[in-house]
Design a protein around this ligand. Sequence first.
Ligand code: PMP
Length: 313
Amino acid sequence: MSNVMCYFEGKYVPLAEAKISIMTHAFNYGTACFEGIRGYWNEEKQELYLFRLREHYERLSNSVRILGFKLPGTVDELCEITTELVRRAGFKENIYIRPTAYIASEVIGVRLHDLKYEFCITSQPFGAYVSTDGLKVGVSSWKRIDDNMIPARSKIAGAYVNSAFAKTEALLNGFDEAIMLTSDGHVSEGSAENFFMYLGGKLITPPVSENILVGITRNTIITLAGEEMGIETINRVIDRTELYIADEIVLCGTGAQVAPVISVDRRPVGDGAIGAFAQRLQQLYDEVVRGKNPKYLSWCTPVYQTSGAVAQV
Ligand code: PMP
């Protein structure tokens, strides 16, 4: 992938120059934390906006704190490095940014302490992660990892094997995406998306203690539903069978964006089409992420405004 630009060991480099050893601890044991950030191109303003950049680095900072280490700079410094990377790459389209903080030591030994940490970023053009035209989902037989196993609130690389089991099972069974339950049998989230259900005029999402990744898009939706649609979000435990009686279901995430669900376990959600709530939410979200809604411009970091020019590496 020639158009992937990276930040690696303190330098801005093309992907071919960003290499790690096969002895790397993170490669062997999954001991890394990462983020996924989207940048949206606004054609009219000729500007690329990085959506909620700061919040992603705040979460990364918490993720690594749970593992017992620190990021190599402040949130502000890492935001600046990221903006500079994208500016140098000169992207004029929608992109995806993946910062990773990882254990770089080349040693045999499962542990988290007394090891060397590194930080890198990749950035690349990126389209849809899942369809936003109506997902058919299935409840996974794979349970969501518990806080005392691998904490879901920390975006730990190794934990994504749990998500991968669920996603592959769903796809091989003819679904588009999985819904994962906690070991107690309550709704947790998708393989890489948070969950919202619209039922009887109420918006409901699992609380942060249901082994979810505390999503930034989740927070965006709670804010937009409250501020722009006058709908308060209820955080409560959700039973599996509520999936079968929901009026609408939406999965959301940086990658997934706002992805309405039209069936669960082959049972139609509502009347089996994208509902009015999801439609309005998609519209709002699309405007906000592209910097088209002045009220939420503080969520959008402009890449080129500061330099005035699109530079090339
Ligand atoms: N849950 C999981 C497991 C995820 O990987 C993601 C994607 N980061 C999300 C939820 C959604 O989080 P966010 O909205 O912050 O991208």
